[in-house]
Design a protein around this ligand. Structure first.
Ligand code: AMP
Ligand code: ZN
Length: 493
């Protein structure tokens, strides 16, 4: 790049994010100058994540990429919950991990390892960037006990089943959920002896005479930490209170995060128990749900929508990422196979245009020239407006469609935008999008050989044979595309 070339684009639109705590879009003010510290509630690794779960991490990734794009030094933490998440919000359910381990006759540690690995594979396939740290809940138990000890006297009481947090001891409990303790509605009861319906276990004692696979000694007897305690401890330990942004799915706005906030208030009470100053994070952000037409997505009913299932049907995982980006993270998104196919088509179109550009560009690097500044500014404005990815995608496409301009500069502008979109648009080619559906027997070499034979038939004007070969391929799950340089695709399952 010559010293007189264009200067790098520097995003200067004010970053505004929707804070669930205030239910308002607010200007982002970092706690530490030039930094952004983010904690995302991670998966409970008792089963494969469904694609709804993965929407939560695509959202957190877009947030992280946007913060980086804005020039902030990002520290992102995602936890892995391998203990403490119960099957029931009312504290009398079973640990999801224990239950699955029993069902599969395996140790919890093996279950955790297997599903953590599966989750990480999905993270990678969706081009979700690695966070600075994955915190594993079982590695923080001593810190959890210390945290609980610090707040126990003023804020907790003991029952036979564990140590409970008294939600009446903090100001404005449940504000995040916009529910009052006394409402009762949607709040939790279940355990006998609780002072308030919404009180929750921060330490769950192992019932006498029983032995759990996962249990630790504590001042309250052998037992295991509560799920809410885990996230308070891991976020505070690694990022320090207060940190900037805490994320999770919208279901966490109702119970898990209000409970984390209550604990954080108790822990940070040196300057009072008030919100929002002592809520641990300044901004709480929540992605809305991915839903199926029949309702909420589930791991147990209907077709279990794992990312692997999408791939088994021939959809590249980034088509799902595209699908997520096409909706605003705060809107509900309905999953459909047609919708996914449309997202894949859009991704393909982008790749075709990028491939044509790449062919025209020689060696060497470029920066986006001044002609692109208005587009980059609009892109910046879109993502800075509470992560408006649907608009950002259209700006990307507008740039793709620009004619008669230096292709190297254009590619540079597109590359800058893709650092936020994360669709890998400059690295992928269409061939890489071709995912062989499960159950298709024919090999690529056979497809290519048949297409060669078809070419020969056409050269000899033997169109009957040419058509027969195309039909033969179609019957084997291959779609022949005349006039397209790619030549053929797997048919979607
Ligand atoms: P879990 O493993 O159940 O703790 O969930 C992992 C993450 O996925 C959490 O942030 C949930 O709030 C989120 N989540 C669960 N179901 C959905 C869904 N259908 N759509 C979007 N996010 C979801
Ligand atoms: Zn959490």
């Amino acid at each position: 790049m010559s010293a007189h070339g264009p200067a790098p684009f520097s995003p200067s639109a004010p970053l505004k994010l929707f804070n669930s705590l205030t239910r308002q879009v607010e200007a982002f003010q970092p706690v530490h100058d030039g930094e952004a510290r983010v904690y995302s509630c991670g998966p409970t690794v008792y089963n494969y994540p469904h694609i709804g779960n993965m929407r939560a991490y695509v959202f957190a990734d877009i947030l992280g990429r946007t913060l980086s794009f804005k020039g902030l030094k990002l520290t992102h933490v995602i936890n892995i919950t391998d203990v403490g998440h119960l099957t029931d919000d009312a504290d009398d359910g079973e640990d999801k991990m224990e239950k699955m381990a029993r069902a599969q006759a395996q140790s919890i540690w093996d279950i955790a390892q297997h599903y953590t690995q599966a989750y990480w594979e999905d993270v990678k396939a969706l081009n979700i960037r690695q966070p600075a740290r994955w915190t594993i809940a079982t590695e923080y138990v001593p810190q959890m006990i210390a945290f609980a000890q610090k707040i126990a006297d003023k804020h907790c009481y003991e029952l036979d089943s564990g140590l409970y947090f008294d939600v009446s001891t903090v100001a404005d409990y449940g504000r995040l959920a916009r529910a009052q303790t006394e409402d009762g509605e949607g709040r939790i009861e279940a355990v006998e002896g609780k002072r308030n319906a919404a009180d929750f276990a921060i330490w769950r004692k192992t019932p006498s005479g029983e032995k759990r696979q996962m249990e630790w000694d504590s001042p309250w007897g052998k037992g295991a930490p509560g799920w809410h305690l885990e996230c308070s401890v891991m976020s505070g330990e690694v990022l320090g209170f207060p940190f900037d942004i805490h994320t999770g799915g919208i279901d966490h706005r109702e119970i898990h995060h209000p409970n984390e906030i209550a604990q954080n208030q108790a822990f940070c009470c040196t300057n009072g128990l008030d919100l929002p100053a002592n809520s641990g994070a300044r901004v709480w952000m929540h992605n809305n749900f991915l839903v199926e037409r029949s309702g909420k997505m589930s791991k147990s009913s209907g077709e279990f929508l794992r990312l692997q299932l999408l791939m088994d049907k021939g959809y590249h995982p980034l088509a799902y990422r595209m699908m997520c980006l096409q909706a605003h993270y705060r809107s509900e998104l309905e999953f459909s196979w047609d919708g996914l196919a449309a997202a894949l088509t859009r991704l393909k179109r982008m790749l075709i245009s990028v491939a044509q550009l790449k062919e025209r560009v020689g060696e060497g690097e470029a920066l986006p020239g001044p002609r692109f500044t208005p587009f980059l500014e609009r892109f910046d404005a879109a993502v800075s407006d509470d992560l408006n990815t649907p608009v950002a995608l259209t700006v990307f496409e507008e740039v793709l469609a620009l004619k008669k301009i230096d292709p190297a500069e254009k590619l540079a502008a597109l590359a800058a935008m893709d650092t936020v979109l994360g669709l890998d648009l400059l690295k992928l080619d269409r061939q890489a999008l071709r995912i062989k559906p499960k159950g298709v027997a024919i090999e690529e070499t056979e497809v290519e050989a048949t297409l060669e034979a078809r070419k020969a038939a056409r050269a000899e004007k033997d169109f009957a044979r040419s058509d027969a070969l195309r039909d033969e391929l179609a019957a084997k799950g291959v779609e022949v595309m005349d006039g397209d340089p790619l030549g053929w695709e797997w048919k979607l399952g």
